[in-house]
Design a protein around this ligand. Structure first.
Ligand code: BDP
Length: 718
């Protein structure tokens, strides 16, 4: 009997040896030991030791990461030493520091490497990581370990990777009290109260994770800014974070509240042309750089949603931005000024505001200013056409702002692979310089020759043990980093990488996860805002449907403003007969959307008010098509669940369960979206939901009565 149990338990533990308990904390950096002995041996042939050519904090990090990562992957200590002339092993370093690398790397290759880029090249018994700077070496080291994690061969390796975008930054909408605006993964990881003395392990692991995907900047405070962060004691706290980030090649940035000179400095004004105000900012910048010599700069939200700004003093956004840019310039800092502005007076169409405000200012900004533009003209909706500013400001570097946190895309409970959306936006042609003028080319600077370039992602990170709350939210963080490095990477490539790094090497499971991520974006759009609908979420927290929202302090915060449902039809006419927002795009772009009958369906109701009975190219009426999309979306979530169930055996128990539970919620919420929206719109169309489709389980009154005062992520009232 005892023997029987022993054998039973042995079998049990062997059976599970490849699937250990996991809680998601290790992200995509799990470095599981390579099981295949032959493959391990093959790797060891080139990677048995590490020689570092050069020194400094970032190179030290690279050496430590390689030691730890390769050691775990290969199941054997891989020691790192200074380069000594030996050749077997990894030889990593900065070109031109000593002649060891110089001898191994051709001049032609060396010329091709740019700032932060790297060369990864294998020889018979060695592997070279060569770069022009320390960050490049670190990124090369992580790239090498990714190859091993993906079990890819190193024979004949010759890769040159240069980042296409210079500033690859996360934007944390984190408040100093640790609440996170639009955060669904717990509280802020920055514990300001215990800083600067207490350095949480999570800060270090955060920096590692970012460096591993090429992120080189973090704005640690909310765009709805608090001047307190400029108080000397808070600056010391920020300096402590900067010290953690520095060895990982990450710079810290802060959000600057425009009225800080009043609130903190006691000045009577924050007018950007006032000499005292200008001096205050100069002094503040000097103070910051004394503490943080590599401080990145400021991010500013001004004259938007109640935030103070230059317009209060009759000054332009350029005058406001330039004042701050001048304070930062002597230290090499940059100023990221957001284009997400809309004036106090309600406009005929909010989608037009940023363009109207900023295009006339093209060329008026200092050289160290970037204008940070959201991907679409309204506000991170599930699907928006690209922002008309992309391509319209050739003399001003525009940087992309994506939202990684899913404020409008299912928040903490829906699986939606955002890389698909990012890719769709980046690949869109603006036609600014003729065909082929993609948004990616605007952002990477090649279209207009921008000197600085950037991409920002509003972070989805919090104190949740798995960082992002929804485990698949990690894929969005990962994708953001990879796309900021290379905006041309296909979403599927990223998903596949992430699936394999995060879960398993089983090809079937990897393919299934890739497929789940790839299809989930369209699915979500379908059950939330199909056919170009937008901004019909519940008010305030934006959790769940709220197409009936009609009473808010401003009309352009309501849903009825955006969907314009009436007896006649549905949608916002943004053509010549309506707000003519379409006019802000180039003629070739416009041509695709101007005609209701030719407009791609995904933006139909964004650009047109379409009669309910209008027959679309599918042969169905608008109403039928709307019903079908909502139903398809909800049904797809059921299929997502099935796909996940089909790979259960390849996923560890804990993470399997996490995702399963979220999929249950998503399915319930997708149906809620479908039924609430169709019940509401039905009152206008006066048409029935086609009989083959499931009918809403409740009355419209019921859906309207649902209230969630404690839904997460709302901005606290200070
Ligand atoms: C909106 C959010 C709001 C942010 C704002 C912004 O609802 O919380 O402050 O964007 O980007 O999406 O400034």
């Amino acid at each position: 009997m005892i023997r029987f149990f022993l054998i039973f338990f042995l079998l049990l533990s062997f059976g599970n040896s490849t699937i250990r308990a996991e809680d998601g904390y290790r992200l995509w950096l799990r470095y599981e030991k390579i099981e295949n002995a032959a493959l391990r041996q093959a790797y060891l042939g080139r990677l048995s030791q590490i020689f570092m050519d050069g020194e400094g904090p970032i190179l030290k990090t690279a050496a430590e990461e390689l030691e730890a990562g390769l050691g775990t992957l290969l199941g054997k200590p891989i020691p790192a030493t200074r380069v000594s002339g030996g050749t077997g092993g990894v030889i990593a370093g900065i070109l031109g520091r000593s002649d060891v690398l110089g001898r191994l790397v051709s001049d032609e290759d060396a010329r091709k490497i740019t700032a932060e880029g790297f060369l990864l090249m294998s020889g018979p018994e060695h592997l070279i990581i060569a770069a022009k700077d320390a960050r490049g070496v670190l990124y090369g080291a992580f790239h090498l370990m990714r190859l091993l994690q993906l079990r890819l061969p190193l024979d004949g390796l010759h890769i040159i990777e240069n980042p296409k975008v210079k500033l690859r930054v996360l934007n944390h909408w984190d408040n100093l009290d640790r609440t996170v605006e639009r955060g669904y993964a717990g509280f802020s990881i920055w514990n300001w109260h215990e800083l600067p003395e207490y350095i949480g392990q999570q800060y270090i692991d955060y920096a590692r994770a970012n460096a591993s995907i090429g992120i080189n900047g973090a704005v640690v405070t909310n765009v709805n800014a608090n001047a307190l962060v400029f108080r000397p004691d808070y600056l010391e706290k920020a300096a402590a974070l900067a010290d953690v980030f520095r060895p990982y090649g990450i710079r810290i940035y802060l959000t600057a509240r425009f009225s800080s000179p009043i609130e903190l400095g006691g000045l009577p004004t924050a007018d950007p042309l006032d000499p005292q105000v200008r001096q205050w900012w100069k002094n503040k910048a000097d103070e910051i750089y004394r503490l943080i010599p590599d401080f990145g700069g400021f991010l500013v939200k001004a004259n938007s949603e109640g935030q103070p700004g230059p317009r209060e003093y009759g000054r332009s956004h350029a005058e406001g931005a330039n004042m701050l840019a001048d304070a930062l310039a002597p230290h090499g800092g940059v100023l990221m000024w957001r284009a997400f502005v809309y004036s106090e007076e309600e406009p005929e169409d909010r989608a037009k505001q940023a363009y109207n405000e900023f295009v006339p200012l093209d060329g008026q900004f200092r050289e160290n200013v970037l204008i940070q533009v959201k991907n679409g003209p309204i506000d991170f909706q599930p699907r928006e056409p690209v922002h008309p500013l992309f391509g319209a400001m050739p003399q001003t570097p525009l940087m992309m702002e994506f939202q990684i946190t899913k404020e409008y895309l299912g928040q903490g409970t829906h699986l939606v692979g955002l890389a698909k959306m990012y890719g769709e936006v980046l690949q869109t042609d603006t036609y600014a310089r003729g065909k082929g003028s993609s948004v990616a080319k605007v952002v990477d600077g090649t279209l207009h020759g921008y000197q600085i370039t950037g991409m920002a992602g509003v972070a989805n990170i919090g104190t949740a043990r798995n960082w992002t709350g929804h485990l698949f939210g990690q894929a969005d963080w990962y994708a953001f980093g990879r796309l900021a490095w290379n905006p041309y990477l296909p979403a599927e490539t990223i998903f596949k990488e992430w699936a394999e790094l995060t879960f398993t090497h089983n090809p079937e499971a990897v393919a299934t996860i890739t497929d789940m991520l790839s299809s989930s974006y369209e699915t979500c759009v379908n059950y939330m805002t199909p056919l170009g609908l937008h901004h019909i979420m519940a008010a305030g927290h934006h959790y769940g449907p709220g197409p009936w929202v009609s009473k808010m302090p401003r009309a352009d915060w309501t849903s009825v403003y955006y969907h314009r449902a009436d007896e006649e039809g549905l949608g916002f006419d943004r053509t010549e007969t309506g707000s003519n927002a379409l006019e802000q795009y180039t003629p070739d772009f416009r041509r695709q959307y101007a005609d209701m009958d030719k407009c791609p369906h995904k933006f139909l109701l964004w650009f047109h008010h379409v009669p309910w009975g209008h027959v679309l190219s599918t042969g169905r009426t608008l109403w039928e098509e709307l019903c079908l999309h909502y139903h398809q979306g909800a049904a797809e979530v059921g299929r997502l669940k099935k796909k996940w169930e089909s790979i259960k055996e390849f996923i560890d128990k804990e993470r399997y369960r996490q995702v399963s539970m979220h999929l249950e919620i998503q399915e319930k919420e997708a149906r809620w979206w479908r039924d609430a929206c169709l019940s509401y719109f039905r009152a206008f169309s006066e048409m029935e939901i086609p009989s083959g489709l499931e009918q809403p389980g409740h009355t419209l009154e019921y859906y309207r009565s649902l209230a969630y005062p404690y839904a997460p992520g709302i901005r606290p009232r200070w």
